[in-house]
Design a protein around this ligand. Sequence first.
Ligand SMILES: [Zn+2]
Ligand SMILES: [Zn+2]
Length: 646
Amino acid sequence: MSSKPPMNKNTTPKLGDGGAKNTQKLSAGTAGIKGQLAKQGDRQMTKQKDKQLAKSGAKPEKESGQKSKTQANLQSKSKSRQRKSVPKRPVRKAGNTRLRVIPLGGLDGIGKNMTVFEYGDDMIVVDAGLMFPDDQQLGIDLILPDYSYIIENEHKLRGIVITHGHEDHTGALPWLLKDLSRRSVPIIASKLTCGMIKGKLDEHGIKNVKYTEVNGESTVQHGAFDLNFIHVNHSIPDALAVLIKTPVGSVLHTGDFKFDQTPIDGKVTDYSALARAGDAGVMLLLSDSTGAEVPGAVQSEAEVGRALQQIIRQAPRRVIIASFSSHIHRVQQICDAAVAAGRKIAVTGRSMLRNSQIARELGYLSIDENMLLDAYDLRDHDPEDIVVLCTGSQGEPLSALSRMAIGEHRSVRISSGDTVIFSATPVPGNEQAVNTVINQLVKCGATVYDKSNAMVHVSGHAASEDLKLLLNLIKPEYFLPVHGETRHLHAHKDLALQVGIPKEYIFVLENGDVLEFDAEGAYQKDPVHNGVIYVDGLNVGDFDSVVLRDRQHLSQDGIVTVVANISRRQKKVSGDVEIILRGVSVSDSEFFQSEIAERATKTLERNLRENATLHNARRSVRDAVSQLVWERTKTRPMIIPILMEI
Ligand SMILES: [Zn+2]
Ligand SMILES: [Zn+2]
């Protein structure tokens, strides 16, 4: 594929005077437009093409001196933006080196966030996250972004910035570090984030890692990049945005963030640092799109505390609360509410032990040791004196609750009069499972609260009004929505349009797409190698879709194994053909097995008489058995013929 024409060529203030110099202006990359892009050499577009591009919001190329209507529109739009206070242009050095921005993950769902910034011989990576599989990806434990581009350019790698301690930002680190040939690349993160990463890397046996601990006031330099960190609120303490100053201009990556005027630790998002960055001029903004479809502004974490206090105080019997262990502020609020109601706290869940220990050691969580109970000692206390906290990451709290509801949990069984609080939002794809558990709990006589009927959870991600506020504070020249599914990225694009960023300056990209910036403007280039890496138990690798399809196939239709001893010399099947059915539903399986054995024997003997190869004989058996099973069951299980020559 030849490289694409420069995109969004102009910088805002230049649109009037330098417009004629530009080779081509096209709107940022929606898939539809991408497909319509003419090749670089193909500068003579037909009228037809002009029409198509104009329709999709892109600008066809104009010859020198010519100004199109659309260009004039863009110009007037930019003027009106200028009136609204366009940022000062960042000082940019002339030169041939371009800044390359490459999101390797995070643009196709909430998870596996990873973005590469490259300038000349220097490269930094922001975040190295994983994604948990959905129920279509059977037997897959984790999904990582394909980071081969980083490995191929390892000699340039100056540092890995991790914005906060959530798995979708840290989870790929163990694998990435194992694949790098040197451990001297520093991990740059806040104190709590470093602590959580260290705990995770220890579990993987990865030692001698270099950490650069930063906070909301830090500035560190790595190669061509000056990294300035900015404190932001999120559903984990110590989250940071990073302002990356490069010779071409400044880039702000928000990480995950929300605005909270009354955060639990009293540390609000550093609005003045954001405003200062905006005033100095931000060339490119990458911003969290998770909440772009949520109307209004997101509520304060403190609201949850009030609701929890009220529910716990009024609860007639035991209270069981499910939450995520990394949400230290939530855990703190749950403990505070329990103590305020005179109840002790019993903690269940493996990851809670690790995370709470790190958080307590580092001073992010304060719980009076005397108020904590071992889950095994629950029998010694009256139900109305107890709050049980089940924590974990992802599905863990849910599965603990489910076991409690059906009486399989080793220390807690839900009974009539208990109160259960879901102080978390279901992981995407998990909503149905949560609903099933709620029904089980209600059947046991429990009163259940979740975010649908009480203020027991607020999001850690900025909602649409917050996102607009950020865009207005930063006033970026270019905007790249990140951290979301396609629908979130597009919703975020719409918000940017509403606050006056021209659409030609907004890029909705796909993982692996490359944006380049120089003193003149921005260009979209051919994507780099991209995709996903599946982690299946201990194996990491390129599971092709065939493996996943096989697993899906097995789970739906089951498996039929045909085991036969054959004698080529005698051209016959020796002994009985053994048939093993797994997951195949039939009314009379014994009769069915003998029927399959008979069909397989006939097929095999015909093949042997015809001197067929073993390979062909196997295929004939598979086809014949598959046909028979389809006739009887209308399913297509996987057929595995095992032929042994004697
Ligand atoms: Zn997060
Ligand atoms: Zn995230």
